[in-house]
Design a protein around this ligand. Structure first.
Ligand code: NAP
Ligand code: 8YV
Length: 328
C-alpha cells in the first residue's frame, strides 16, 4: 500500500457499507465528514481532497448532501461518487461548473426496485399489511378481513419510463392490465400509451406509480390537482423521491377520500415520516427500501468504488451522470 503522503485524499460524507469503506481505506486516504468536528476536517484536509464518496442512507437525508457550499471547501475536488442512482442530493450544477465529474449507480438496482414496486402496489391495493395486522390482533376469530379493491379493473400509469420504469412495465405486462406512462419525451422502445401531460394521464388511469428523479424539475409534480384527477378509487405508489409528491396535499387527499390509498417508499423529509401518514389505515409505508437487498446494495457499493478507482487510475469513470463531463 502506498504511504499516506502518496495516497489521493478522499472525503466520505457519512457511514457507508463495510465493503465500500474497506476498499476506500485501502486505496485512498479517507477523511470523514461525520467525524466529531466536521469543520476541523474541512479546514485541515479540505484543500487537499480530490474525491468525495457520498449517498449513504436515504438520499433525502439532508445531512449528507453535497452542496455548492461543501464543494467550495474542496477546491481540488475532481469527482463525487454517489451511492444511489438518484443523485438529487448532489449539486450537479455546481459540480459541472468546476468540471467535477459526478457518478451514480444506474442499472444494477433496476430489478430489485421494480420487484419492490410491484410488491408495494399489490400490498396497497389488496391491503396485505392491514390483513396481516387483522390476523395478528386476533380479529380473525371475530370475522374475516373485509373485501378489498383489485388490480383487475385498473389501468396503470407510470410516471418516468427510464431504466426502472421500463423494468416495472415489463413486470406489469404479466398482470394483463393496460399500461400508460408520462415523461417529457416518448420512450421509443415501449408499447405503452404515452401522455406528455401528467394531468391528462392521471384522469385516465386508476393507479399512478412515480419513478422519476428528484430535484427542482419534478418537485411536487404530483400535487393536489393531479391527485384530484386520479380520483376517489385511485392509488398512488411513490418509489421515486419524496420531493416528487406534495406530501401535505397527499395527506389531505388520503384523509378526505380524494384518492383511495397510497403506497410509499420515500418521503419529503426522510427519515421523518409525518404522524398523519403513520396514523392512516389506507397507506402502506416502507422506509426507503426499494434497493435494499444484500445483492443489489453490494453491486451499488462496488460501482461506487469502481468509479473512484477508474478515475484514480486515469481511466474514465464508469457511470458519470449526464450533467457532468468525463475527465480524461
Ligand atoms: P432514468 O433511467 O434516468 O429514468 C428517469 C425517467 O424519468 C425517464 O423516463 C425520464 O424521461 C423521466 N423524467 C425525468 N425528468 C422528468 C420530468 N421532469 N418530468 C417527467 N418525466 C421525467 O432513472 P432510473 O434509473 O429509472 O431511476 C429513476 C429514479 O428513481 C431515480 O432518480 C431515483 O430518484 C429513484 N429511485 C428510487 C429508489 C428507491 O429506493 N425508492 C431506488 C432507485 C431509484 P424524460 O427525460 O423523457 O423526461
Ligand atoms: C438508495 C435510491 O436507497 O438509488 C437510489 O436512488 O434511492 C436507493 O437505491 C439510496 O440511494 C441510498 O441508500
Amino acid at each position: 500500500m502506498a504511504g499516506d503522503a502518496d495516497r489521493i485524499e478522499l472525503l466520505q460524507t457519512g457511514p457507508m457499507m463495510p465493503m465500500i469503506e474497506a476498499q476506500l481505506a485501502n486505496r485512498f486516504l479517507v477523511h470523514r465528514l461525520d467525524a466529531d468536528d466536521a469543520e476541523a476536517v474541512l479546514n485541515e484536509a479540505g484543500p487537499r481532497i480530490r474525491a468525495v464518496a457520498t449517498g449513504v442512507g436515504a438520499t433525502g437525508n439532508g445531512k449528507y448532501r453535497v452542496t455548492r457550499e461543501l464543494l467550495a471547501r474542496l477546491p481540488k475536488a475532481e469527482i463525487v461518487a454517489n451511492f444511489g442512482v438518484g443523485y438529487d442530493a448532489v449539486d450537479v450544477v455546481a459540480a459541472a461548473e468546476r468540471s467535477i465529474v459526478v457518478t451514480n449507480t444506474p442499472g444494477v438496482l433496476d430489478d430489485d426496485v421494480a420487484d419492490l414496486t410491484v410488491a408495494l402496489l399489490l400490498a396497497t391495493i389488496r391491503q396485505l399489511p392491514q390483513a396481516e395486522r387483522h390476523l395478528r390482533a386476533g380479529k380473525w376469530l371475530q370475522g374475516g378481513f373485509p373485501l378489498t379493491a383489485t388490480l383487475r379493473d385498473r389501468t396503470i400509469g407510470i410516471i418516468g419510463m427510464g431504466r426502472i420504469g421500463k423494468a416495472i412495465g415489463r413486470r406489469l405486462v404479466g398482470f394483463g392490465r393496460p399500461i400508460a406512462y408520462h415523461s417529457r419525451r416518448p420512450a421509443h422502445d415501449v408499447p405503452y400509451r404515452y401522455y406528455g401531460d401528467l394531468l391528462e394521464m392521471a384522469r385516465e388511469v386508476d393507479v399512478l406509480i412515480a419513478i422519476v428523479p428528484g430535484g427542482a424539475e419534478t418537485q411536487h409534480m404530483i400535487n393536489e390537482e393531479v391527485l384530484a384527477a386520479l380520483g376517489p378509487t385511485g392509488i398512488l405508489i411513490n418509489v421515486a423521491r419524496g420531493s416528487v409528491v406534495d406530501e401535505e396535499a397527499l395527506i389531505r387527499a388520503l384523509a378526505n377520500g380524494t384518492i383511495a390509498a397510497a403506497g410509499l417508499d420515500v418521503y419529503e423529509n426522510e427519515p421523518r415520516v409525518p404522524d398523519a401518514l403513520i396514523a392512516m389505515e389506507n397507506v402502506v409505508l416502507l422506509p426507503h427500501v426499494a434497493s435494499a437487498t444484500h445483492l443489489t446494495r453490494r453491486a451499488m457499493g462496488q460501482l461506487v468504488v469502481d468509479n473512484l478507482v477508474a478515475w484514480a487510475e486515469g481511466r474514465p469513470p464508469l457511470t458519470p451522470v449526464p450533467e457532468t463531463p468525463l475527465r480524461g
